[in-house]
Design a protein around this ligand. Sequence first.
Ligand SMILES: Cc1cc2nc3c(=O)[nH]c(=O)nc-3n(C[C@H](O)[C@H](O)[C@H](O)COP(=O)(O)OP(=O)(O)OC[C@H]3O[C@@H](n4cnc5c(N)ncnc54)[C@H](O)[C@@H]3O)c2cc1C
Ligand SMILES: NC(=O)c1ccc[n+]([C@@H]2O[C@H](COP(=O)([O-])OP(=O)(O)OC[C@H]3O[C@@H](n4cnc5c(N)ncnc54)[C@H](O)[C@@H]3O)[C@@H](O)[C@H]2O)c1
Length: 450
Amino acid sequence: MAVQHFDVVVLGTGPSGGTVAKKSAKAGHRVAIVEAREFGGTCALRGCNPKKVFTNAGSLVNGVRSASGKLIAEANVEIDWSLLQSFKRTFTEPVVKESEASFREAGIATFHGAAKFTGSTHLEVGQEKLTADRILIATGAMPAPLEFSGSEHAILSDEFLDLSELPGELLFIGGGYVSMEFAHVVARTGRRVIVVERGKSVLSGFDPDLVAMLVEYSKSQGLEFHTDCEVNQIDKLSDGAFRVSLDNGDVMDVGLVVHGAGRVPNISSLNLGRADIDHDRDGIKVDKYMRSTSNPNVFATGDCAASDMPRLTPVANEEARIVSKNLQSGNLQAIPDYGPVAKVAFTTPSIASVGLSEEQAEKSSADVNVRFDDTSTWGSVRKLGTMVAGYKVIIDKESDLIVGAHLLGPASQETINLFALAMKHGLTATDMKSTLFAFPTFASDVRRML
Ligand SMILES: Cc1cc2nc3c(=O)[nH]c(=O)nc-3n(C[C@H](O)[C@H](O)[C@H](O)COP(=O)(O)OP(=O)(O)OC[C@H]3O[C@@H](n4cnc5c(N)ncnc54)[C@H](O)[C@@H]3O)c2cc1C
Ligand SMILES: NC(=O)c1ccc[n+]([C@@H]2O[C@H](COP(=O)([O-])OP(=O)(O)OC[C@H]3O[C@@H](n4cnc5c(N)ncnc54)[C@H](O)[C@@H]3O)[C@@H](O)[C@H]2O)c1
């Protein structure tokens, strides 16, 4: 088959690959995009968006239960899992149908299959052979391989999001974002939910004091935690259930085991050695322009790039914006302007964070003021019924700048963005405190936190 040449070939149709392909085509480049699975990427099809439909259901049910007998008459609401699945598909199915068509309409050639390098600017996709002046690797991340016996019995987050029904007991391996978000929804269906985390606590990227409050609340909602231990074996039983053995000797029989033990860059099958592309376990090594440190014709963005940033959609978007600029201008000028990246785990309620942790702030030379409180008795929270809530804000005493903000509770997934805005643009704590936020809102609570 003849070799097809392009100005730019993009591997992966997630938030970063899709953006670069479309911006490059708009700039007049001859572009191809390759996708190993359905067109659309992780965030839209198997991540953020479908996940949020599920966590919204958990949050709604929890809201009604918390308000029952206070704001509304005693109410009995429940999650209908198959209804939820159907509703979720109204978000994912149009993406599968429309994504490839939108690339073609933009004049982009589309290829199906897992791309592999055969030379520094040469690729193979099945039987097709492609070459390009520039190649963007935007192949995302995949669940980290699990090394213990029977690990193949654990389902992945993709499969969890497609389950048509739930068994009576579920065990999640790992206590990070994936497990905690899913576990919180499942707990609101009344199932037994077990989280096994090898670290001292779950959600290690968030403030430990707020995590401790969330864990206590989670227990009251039916979650069971086993920390400081790992799963070391899964056996399938004759009745279809799974026997899970932990390294501390505990054994549990459950209907389903879910892998939430981390994700790694999805680069192992790209044949990177053939193209002299340096990489390690953190991903493809890139310089500040998001270009490979060893192959000047190759760029990488998003979850597969070793940019030392959290693997989140806004980060992938920012890196795509930069690579698009660098490809269009023909010389390398643009570098990412990440600013403080806000992170949210969509548990119920959510927990959020931006900037330095208390530990990082204390290790830095700055003299800081740490303000921490339980806000479950504040009017905004109490007006919802009952809910766990709290905050920790870290302020540099000399400059009055906010260097870290950590929130737990209703609307924390929204309120954290006010802190991200203030921190990125150098607003001081006094600036924020003097802003007349509408009342009564969760944003107006920020003034009391400072
Ligand atoms: C369950 C879950 C929930 C998440 N929730 C959130 C959230 O709430 N907020 C948030 O910010 N982030 C969230 N994330 C993370 C977010 O989805 C990623 O950070 C984001 O999708 C990364 O974008 P990307 O462009 O780097 O890659 P991806 O979106 O992963 O896209 C990469 C694409 O490349 C394709 N591909 C892989 N190998 C090849 C190959 N060899 N050839 C061709 N194509 C290939 C893949 O099939 C995939 O479609 C979540 C992730 C998961 C798994
Ligand atoms: N709301 C969001 O923004 C969101 C949601 C889901 C996923 N994500 C992205 O996807 C990535 C992957 O999510 P994740 O939850 O799989 O990973 P994670 O890195 O957030 O958490 C994995 C957890 O599993 C634990 N672990 C690892 N191996 C273990 C083992 N063998 N036994 C017990 N515990 C083990 C780790 O200590 C860690 O706490 C996230 O880091 C994030 O980038 C983001």
